[in-house]
Design a binder for this molecule. Structure first.
Ligand SMILES: NC(=O)c1ccc[n+]([C@@H]2O[C@H](COP(=O)([O-])OP(=O)(O)OC[C@H]3O[C@@H](n4cnc5c(N)ncnc54)[C@H](OP(=O)(O)O)[C@@H]3O)[C@@H](O)[C@H]2O)c1
Length: 369
């Protein structure tokens, strides 16, 4: 079979091999999945460039690593080894499935050991024609979603779901127009967050560097939009929009250049979900300007600052039941589709920011592989 591999030494060094063996000898509770679609995430570009090194609990991965985590595939074989029946989660040949990001994170809070079960680092990933999975690491695809759309759910949508609902009891997602969700930028997680927040009936504010993208966000139902380039004090605008109250949930995807402002516009008792670092992993030095300590910032508004690490399979299934059930009508937005053989171009396109110009996620089709 064909698969792509990386030595984590550069996007231009990604290599497609054509003679990789199709996994054989399924273990107890495992199924073989034909990969129909692979969705790319920012993390995949970092892994391929050797830049995904900030997680203490993620081992460094082997040479010749298969990258990528997010798929929609079809079960083509189930394990017949003794004792499997109880562990197959009812999966049958022909079922369409998505893979969970941290394969061992099935329910509850993530633990450090789960970090060693991430697809596409440290585990072999999914940019291949076939991959074997434990059934416990898979979630059924809702019928109404296409393969392209379903492939976008595991990282972007689950992270967005958890960014809103990590402190909500299972089965009781956040609700009410009085709850305000602030989404920073129009990347994959933020746009998924916009769709999910809207489906839950929450009020949304989204920022972007592009008026065209804000217009698109409005057509998707965003209640309020702010251009963070032309309105650098966007945190003040958030306060103005919310009558001084601030946002109940902040999707902190920006990091270095945004977190201080997020602290200024989060509601009293609100939640800052720390998702990413698109504006940098290290705070820029600010000579002459006192940097207020994080304790003080958090205490000022009784803020909860929560590191987000995707979500469990149980929460993934909760999300599908609640909002990806066909009734809410959410369809993940796919920006551009590439052929499997064009993976190198697709990674480059994502990294160059072309996705960011066009917004939203990208999908690699497995067709014709
Ligand atoms: N913790 C987790 O579980 C998890 C899961 C997924 C992703 N992440 C991380 O979260 C971040 C976002 O991921 P993604 O997949 O959504 O990325 P993405 O699709 O590549 O997001 C790109 C968008 O980020 C926005 N952006 C860039 N710089 C910004 C800034 N200074 N202020 C506000 N927005 C800015 C831009 O929006 P505009 O073009 O509209 O300006 C851009 O379109 C990444 O750092 C990723 O590694 C973490």
């Amino acid at each position: 079979m064909k698969q792509w591999i990386t030595n984590q030494d550069g996007l231009d060094k990604l290599t497609m091999v054509t003679d990789a063996p199709v996994p054989e000898g399924l273990g107890e509770g495992e199924v073989l999945v034909k990969v129909n679609r692979v969705a790319l995430n920012y993390r995949d570009t970092e892994v391929a460039m050797g830049l995904y090194k900030h997680h203490k609990y993620v081992p460094s991965g082997e040479a010749g690593l298969v990258p990528c985590s997010d798929i929609c595939g079809t079960v083509v074989k189930v394990s017949s080894s003794p004792g499997s029946e109880d562990k197959l989660e009812g999966l049958r040949e022909g079922d369409r499935v998505m893979a969970t990001f941290n394969q061992t994170h099935v329910r509850g809070q993530i633990v450090a050991a789960d970090m060693a079960s991430g697809l596409g680092l440290p585990l072999a990933g999914c940019l291949a024609e076939y991959r074997a999975f434990p059934a416990a690491g898979l979630v059924r695809v809702p019928d109404y979603l296409s393969d392209d759309e379903a492939a976008c759910l595991p990282i972007a949508a689950v992270t967005a779901w958890m960014s809103i609902n990590s402190f909500q009891p299972l089965g009781q997602p956040m609700a009410g127009r009085d709850k305000v969700v602030l989404l920073l930028g129009t990347g994959g997680v933020a746009v998924s967050g916009l769709q999910i927040a809207r489906a839950l009936g929450l009020t949304t504010i989204i920022t972007s560097s592009s008026d065209a993208k804000l217009e698109r966000a409005r057509t998707m139902g965003a209640d309020h939009t702010i251009n963070y380039k032309t309105t650098p004090a966007w945190h003040e605008k958030v306060l103005e929009i919310t009558g001084g109250r601030g946002a109940d949930v902040v999707f902190e995807t920006g990091g270095a250049q945004t977190l201080a402002k997020s602290f200024e516009c989060v509601a009293f008792g609100g939640l800052i979900s720390c998702i990413g670092y698109l504006s940098g992993k290290e705070d820029a030095p600010a000579p002459g300007q006192p940097r207020i300590n994080t304790n003080v910032l958090a205490l000022k508004r009784n803020v909860t600052l929560k590191g987000m690490l995707n979500g469990s399979r149980e929460r993934f299934e909760e999300m599908v039941r609640c909002v990806y059930n066909g009734d809410a009508g959410i369809r993940p937005v796919v920006d551009r589709v590439f052929a499997f053989e064009e993976a190198k171009e697709a990674f480059g396109y994502l990294f160059q920011g072309a996705f960011r110009e066009g917004g939203y996620s990208g999908v690699l089709r497995g067709e014709g592989c």
